[in-house]
Design a protein around this ligand. Structure first.
Ligand SMILES: Cc1cc2nc3c(=O)[nH]c(=O)nc-3n(C[C@H](O)[C@H](O)[C@H](O)COP(=O)(O)OP(=O)(O)OC[C@H]3O[C@@H](n4cnc5c(N)ncnc54)[C@H](O)[C@@H]3O)c2cc1C
Length: 292
């Protein structure tokens, strides 16, 4: 995108700065300090915090190592600063796109330290080419560390059978709709189908899970989660910067709520997914471009 009439003075950094103006409502900032401050803010509002260091599809081993170090240091800070919270980690950040065994070994390091400090750890779910391996890694970790959960996407046709498999093993799931573009062969394509599958999977969780997370901003599904609940142990999870009044309302009603707080320099792919989810966000972006 080039501003009209200024092709020779096009400044990609300016474009990135303008995009960041919009994106910063969804991300805590570039540094761990900003993420920790946002986590304390969530705690003060009655929510737990789930911290995610942004980045995905890491292809270099030295980058993977520095991501592992970053998460280890955030896990330490959550403990030292008495934050009610945990981390959520994408498999391709820990090397799944490079080597399965390396990724598993990296998760083991994080899981070991998190569990020593009494912290939960979540595994995010990425695009469908990583689903099989992500579930295998999760179940492998879960044999040893019980405070770990994995995200599962209701837009995937395979998710009901994956969920059964995880539940048979006593595992813990964060239910989401799914944020990637997937082909019809793998994913439901209409909103109605994705929502209907969400309801179906949520019912399975209510009936069989020890603990699970309902991660959506969709009021209809949140109401459904409340009305299905029959003593089942679950929490709501919502993203930073989205539906803050709903978060407040759920906390006031006594529900457990966690806020997912991403941070780091790699904010662009995450922010593009948030932009795509809602037409109004594109208007927000357009307005901020015009205003500058
Ligand atoms: C805690 C958490 C963790 C997640 N982890 C993963 C994961 O591991 N893997 C994965 O694929 N996906 C993950 N997601 C993203 C998820 O898959 C969806 O892409 C995202 O939550 C939007 O879907 P929705 O359930 O909110 O429903 P939608 O039908 O998209 O939205 C319902 C309503 O919520 C509001 N809303 C939704 N999105 C936005 C937005 N961007 N800006 C403003 N308002 C909005 C609107 O009012 C909208 O009408 C996660 C989501 C949450 C909340």
């Amino acid at each position: 995108m080039e501003p009209a009439g200024h092709s020779d003075s096009y400044d990609p950094n300016l474009m990135e700065r303008l995009l960041f103006k919009v994106a910063k409502k969804w991300v805590a900032g570039h540094s761990a300090d900003e993420a920790i401050a946002a986590a304390k803010d969530a705690n003060a509002k009655g929510m737990a915090a789930i911290l995610n260091f942004l980045g995905e599809e890491t292809s270099k081993q030295d980058e993977v190592e520095s991501i592992v170090d970053e998460y280890l240091s955030v896990i330490e800070r959550i403990g030292a600063e008495k934050i009610r919270g945990c981390v959520s980690v994408k498999p391709t950040q820990l090397g799944l796109a490079i080597d399965y065994e390396m990724c598993l070994a990296n998760y083991r390091r994080l899981a070991a330290r998190a569990s020593e400090l009494g912290q939960f750890m979540w595994i995010d779910m990425e695009s469908v080419k990583f689903t099989e391996d992500t579930i295998a890694i999760y179940l492998e970790l879960f044999k040893r560390h019980k405070m770990i959960g994995v995200a599962m996407q209701s837009y995937l046709r395979r998710s009901a059978s994956d969920l059964l498999h995880v539940l048979e093993n006593g595992g813990m799931v964060r239910l989401v709709k799914g944020a990637y573009h997937e082909p019809e062969e793998h994913a439901f394509q209409t909103r109605d189908e994705v929502d209907a599958n969400y309801s179906k999977l949520m019912k399975m969780l209510h009936e069989s899970a020890n603990f699970f997370a309902v991660a959506t901003h969709d009021s209809k599904l949140i109401d459904e989660a409340i009305s299905f609940s029959n003593g089942s142990q679950f929490e709501f999870q919502l993203l930073m910067g989205i539906r803050d009044e709903l978060k407040r309302d759920l906390v006031e009603k006594g529900f457990s709520v966690s806020e997912y707080i991403p941070y780091g320099a790699q904010w662009l792919p995450y922010s593009v997914r948030r932009l795509r989810e809602r037409k109004r966000n594109l208007l927000l972006l357009a307005r901020s471009l015009v205003q500058d």
